[in-house]
Ligand binder design. Structure first.
Ligand code: AMP
Length: 571
């Protein structure tokens, strides 16, 4: 398939500000895509060249892309820089430069999706001395074949700045419509996607073998599984109602969740909450897992915590300093970690997703040799609410967020916020009702002291049913001057000219600047109230929202959902 066919779709998507229209455009297009190309097209719709967890890094800087554009257009780099200066965007620069292509002796043909893919994956594989030149040459070869419009999007894809507004669930919905004729079948796709969060595999399996093919998708070690989430309740009594009889409670640790996979060949891979491969950030943890877990092949989950020399837990912000590409060895010493294992999803050839929690922890206790840096979650098993409350205060004394209450018979509900896990946090026992993970979708310019930067952020929840982002508050409190000054740098890469298609906002809440939903902030609020100005659950807002910190470990679709806010409001 020609890349230009996809480029026409990009053009249409760029113009729409309606989520439904976006799904219509995509599903109509998917119907026309050959089976061999559907996986690649699905990734490219998201501006990716593979699944997110494969972390295919092209490693191309803006400077390199401009150089390639100059070479493909046979004009000087100086001229290209001038055009870049006036256009302010690499994509538009590529389009302009390549409007008049230099003549070649042998016609070079059209750029196909397969060509583009092969070349970009060749670029990913190149490393070491001289690799930058080789990468540039490969990029020149595809730019020469692309149309001028194609070059515009191609440049954005390679720089990771293509913002079409579609998310993975938009693609899943559109695939359901395209290949099964009905959006309601998306449930089947979602179930498969929870254990195989790779849009390419889902798209190709569906195109080739239909819904039956999807049913056969199994857990695969080295491919992350979407993580199970916890429900919340307002009163202790509700916990007992939801999980009657004997239950388990574990500490709710304020760290970073990790899913660790060990393959038969002995390789260990770590995946974050957003399912990114974070193995390189924690070589120390890889070693502890290698030494202290006595099994050949497994998938486990743990919370990673920063600890001090005595092994005491340190706050989440300290751990975030371990999110880095450089100076890793230095930071292993500076900020040592401890992983508290709380889940087992796969062990030596067998999936444990449908086994009870009781069985899963039995196996964990069998295979883990506990030590300072790798251990299991603190846990009690009880049917006594008083004992539960005592454990809760012990966890608070230990500076944890609270406790996780778990059903002993519960299965692992991948990607789902089910009632087998209930969280109970310290904020519930104070005036503040809870924390919310909100996605930043816009900003308002600051006034007075905040002049020259953003004064407030427009924040939204995620509506899972409609795959939309709904506004819930304007956030200005809790941001320090230093943080305010850093906001444009953090957010402006996601700036878009029109309201992103999946964002639902009232006229009164139109911000000065729109952002593609990407960045998550954790916010503490005092109350949920009705509001005619916000679109969350048809009109709910947060009162007195206060910024706590950025949650770089979460992605837009992992924000607090509108359904959760509605539930909390009704309670
Ligand atoms: P929340 O993000 O508030 O919905 O809480 C769920 C998160 O709590 C999980 O994603 C984990 O990162 C974290 N967590 C901490 N301790 C545990 C535990 N014992 N079991 C499950 N999740 C835990």
């Amino acid at each position: 398939m020609d890349f230009d066919k996809l480029v026409d779709v990009y053009e249409e998507l760029e113009k729409t500000s309606s989520g439904n229209q976006m799904r219509e455009i995509l599903s109509d297009f998917f119907k026309t895509v050959p089976k061999d190309d559907i996986a690649l097209v699905s990734y490219l719709t998201l501006g990716q060249i593979s699944s997110e967890f494969e972390s295919a890094v092209l490693g191309l800087a803006e400077k390199t892309v401009l150089k390639a554009i100059a070479s493909a257009g046979a004009i000087s780099i100086k001229k290209v820089k001038e055009i870049m200066h006036s256009k302010g965007d690499v994509g538009l620069t590529a389009e302009k430069v390549l409007q008049k292509k230099p003549q070649t002796l042998i016609p070079i043909g059209k750029l196909t999706i397969h060509d583009l893919f092969d070349t970009l994956h060749k670029i990913v594989k190149l490393s070491g001395t001289g690799s930058q030149d080789k990468k540039t040459q490969l990029l020149v070869s595809v730019l020469q074949k692309a149309s001028s419009k194609g070059a515009k999007y191609l440049s954005r894809i390679v720089l990771g700045t293509l913002r079409m507004g579609a998310g993975d669930m938009t693609v899943i919905d559109s695939l359901a419509i395209a290949f099964t004729g009905e959006k309601k079948n998306k449930e089947h796709l979602e179930r498969a996607y929870n254990i195989c969060p790779d849009v390419g595999v889902i798209a190709e399996t569906l195109a080739r073998d239909g819904l039956k093919g999807l049913e056969k998708i199994q857990v695969h070690v080295s491919r992350p599984i979407k993580m199970m989430l916890a429900q919340r309740v307002k009163e202790w009594e509700e916990v007992v109602k939801k999980i009657p009889g004997t239950l388990a409670a574990e500490g709710k640790y304020d760290g970073e969740r990790v899913q660790a996979h060990k393959t038969k060949s002995g390789e260990i891979m770590l995946f974050s909450r957003r399912l990114e491969n974070i193995t390189d950030q924690f070589p120390d943890l890889v070693e502890y897992i290698q030494k202290q877990i006595n099994a050949k092949e497994f998938i486990i989950e743990a919370e990673i915590l920063a600890i001090d020399k005595e092994g005491k837990h340190l706050p989440f912000q300290t751990l975030m300093q371990r999110r880095r590409k450089y100076d890793i060895e230095e930071y292993i010493k500076k900020i040592p970690v401890q992983a508290k294992i709380f889940e087992l999803l796969y062990l030596d050839g067998k999936s444990y997703l449908n086994e009870s929690y009781k069985e899963r922890i039995k196996q964990i206790e069998k295979i883990v040799k506990k030590g300072k840096h790798l251990t299991t979650a603190d846990r009690i098993i009880t049917d006594d609410v008083e004992e539960l409350k005592k454990f809760f205060s012990e966890m608070l004394d230990d500076k944890q967020e609270g406790i996780m209450i778990k059903s002993l018979e519960g299965v692992y509900q991948a990607g789902t916020r089910g009632w087998n896990w209930i969280k109970w946090k310290k904020d519930y026992s104070q005036d503040m009702i809870d924390t919310f993970d909100l996605v930043v979708i816009g900003a308002f310019y600051g006034r007075g002291k905040r002049h020259g930067t953003y004064g407030a952020l427009l924040c939204a929840t995620y509506n899972t049913k409609n795959d939309t982002f709904e506004t819930i508050c304007k956030l200005g409190t809790g941001l320090t001057d230093e943080m305010l000054a850093s906001l444009p740098g953090k957010l402006d890469g996601d700036k878009v000219k029109i309201k992103p298609a999946r964002v639902i906002a009232k006229k009164e809440m139109e911000p000065d600047v729109w952002f593609t939903p990407t960045i998550i902030v954790e916010v503490l609020a005092a109350e949920i109230t009705k509001s005619p100005f916000h679109s969350c659950a048809s009109g709910l807002a947060l009162r007195f929202p206060r910024f706590l910190h950025f949650r770089d470990d979460k992605k837009a679709e992992q924000a607090t959902t509108s359904e959760e806010v509605k539930d909390m409001f009704e309670k």
